[in-house]
Design a protein around this ligand. Sequence first.
Ligand code: ZN
Length: 429
Amino acid sequence: MKLRLYNARLLPSARASLEEGELLIEDGRIVSVGKPRAGFVADRSIDCGKNLLMSGFCNAHAHAAMCLFRGVADDMTLESWLYDRIFPLEEGLTEEDVYWGTMLQLAEYVRGGITCFADMYFYPAAVLAAAQNAGLCLALCCGSNSEKEDDILADIADFYRLYSTLSDRVRYFPGVHAEYTSTESLLARVADFAAETGAPTYIHLSETLKEVGDCTVRHGGLTPPQFLHKLGYFDNGGLAAHCVYADKDDLALLRQSGVTPVVNGASNLKLASGVAPVASMLRAGMRPALGTDGTASNNAASMFREMYLYACLQKEALKDAAAVTAADALAAATEDGYRALGFAGGVLQEGMFADVVLIDLSSPSMQPLAGVRSNIVYSAGTGDVLMTIAGGKVVYERGRYFLGEPLEKIYSECAARQKRLLRRAGLCR
Ligand SMILES: [Zn+2]
């Protein structure tokens, strides 16, 4: 499939200047940026109407199918949210629930310009099936349902074998949910698996003060990053979601190991967990990625909102309005996420994945245009996305979805499944 997107304003990368021109796409990759190419015969030519073409967003930390639990566990403490609502609901989850929940989440993703996502949840085969329907780029993380150490390790080895060689748009990161849900022996065995395979790992890290305090008590004063470092968990680098309570020493250790923090401002804010030290990360030379976390806690999957919070929470926390810039936020939401997950995307450049979003510059929130980067980060929203292209395929265009399943079916499946899970968990209202 050859696509020609012409009459566009192009933002080639987070820190680049706007240019005018066209973008050519062939077999899922960008083949030309800016200029027309002689002899290129497109299957479809799209007039972009002088609107903005830029990279699609990378949601580097989420649990897509948790969108089945959106709106059923709000305005409660983190402990109550997790133990009284989420865990009982998750006990009833089937593989089909995960498939339909992920499909609903993907609809929201493409509506908001997300073309690549990391997903840490049960039944990775169902998540993969949904992502392949829609054509989004997917990094699967962890994913075992088991509580037995041997079975978790066997699942990780199976998933790694299955998903690492499937396609250049699918990756698998071995890992576990978090230090506080794992034994030392399990973490050490995952570290051994990473050493054997050379794979980077993934984990939730230092999300709350309680998590860090409990870890130091359990492990002779070591913080979660220090403890994982000791076990060799990050010897091949990887990604660590949250890092809200990572201090300077923790950040230095993570940086030295090549670990990318994934910042989830909205989820941390709504669960009152804290504010990630983004300015310290940037000062330490790290390039954090950005994630929405699950929509049971967020509750939106909007990278626009995440970019806004990425910059603004840190400004407020440090009482310094210059602490984090719009360009920092845009880079975290695009190129730095793709880079951390090991995918060839996040910028408009020849040879990169054709993961592209068209943003409506005629929208009042995007006018006037002098500070287009600031407009994207501080004033735009998902409603300003006109079109989303993933792997060279149009997946969303002006209110129409091309996800491999009709939107009405996704909605009715999810409504029925949410009702069943609530009833099963004794949470029907
Ligand atoms: Zn999470």
